[in-house]
Ligand binder design. Sequence first.
Ligand code: NAP
Length: 293
Amino acid sequence: MPSPAKRYLITGGTGKVGSRVAEQLVTSAGVPAADVLVATRDPAKTKVPYGTLVAFDWFDETTWPGTLAGGPAIYIISPGTMDPLPTVRKFVGLAREAGSRRFVLQSGSPVPEGGPTTGAIQRYLHELGDQGLIEWASLRPTWFQENMSEQEARRITLRDEGKFYSAAGDGRIPLVSVHDIAAVAVVALTRKEPLNSDPFVLGPELLTYDQATAIMTEVLGKKIEHVKISEQELAELWVKVGLPAEYAKIMGQMDTGIKHGAEERESNAVEVLTGRKPRTFREYVIAEKASWL
Ligand SMILES: NC(=O)c1ccc[n+]([C@@H]2O[C@H](COP(=O)([O-])OP(=O)(O)OC[C@H]3O[C@@H](n4cnc5c(N)ncnc54)[C@H](OP(=O)(O)O)[C@@H]3O)[C@@H](O)[C@H]2O)c1
């Protein structure tokens, strides 16, 4: 029988989505803050408004057992490596021994099951689910609206230069808010019946970056320009702000995918699963206006 957990472990709990998952577990789902474990590599240096900090590092297995008491349901933000499956498989094994039954992965819209990085984790969870060993979901959000305000390099460039660089050309994207991803995550973690599926988690409208920056221009009252550059130029920009070359190359390639229509899809998963409409890009810019002024 499906049995929602009493405790929740949010890996990536201090990040863009994980912090909102912790917030909504406490404020919307009514889970006591003591039972919402917010994983971070350095609890001593971190403060969070919702939940209880717990030391956790994907690359330090000694930190793992301390997060698993009581067999929590687990939100998985993948270790940011090109081959995260061996690490995640080991962790999921330990968690299952501790009694964890429900696992919700944050993957991404461009990554199919069995594909690279989180695609491999999704396949693994799906297989365990099909064997009746776990309850699972893999959320597949598209690009976050909040990248504009919470990826510091992007935010500063927008604020100081009034520019948004991309290799996405005139490709359209259903930019999604991290608040809506978190709302879907909370349903996937807490609902009695597990999702056992991989919903696309998308915003309500398909926008080009020209259209997105036009909305920013209007709301901010200052010119924000979409600068169209090549895949290689974009990869170089990402390397300049500290991304490993291999990862930067993939970021460039994904923009080329957007240019050719890879993100042109629609989904009503947010509304169906949470009962409310996802946030528009305009609503996001109005709410976060101060980030770019
Ligand atoms: N940005 C997008 O548009 C987008 C779209 C679709 C999917 N995604 C996927 O979303 C994921 C990232 O989620 P996010 O943007 O919410 O995260 P984020 O804001 O980038 O934050 C990263 C989180 O990972 C934690 N972390 C980093 N290294 C760690 C380690 N070695 N062990 C344990 N935790 C570690 C950090 O915690 P501490 O620093 O506190 O330890 C932090 O909470 C990625 O898998 C990405 O592919 C992103």
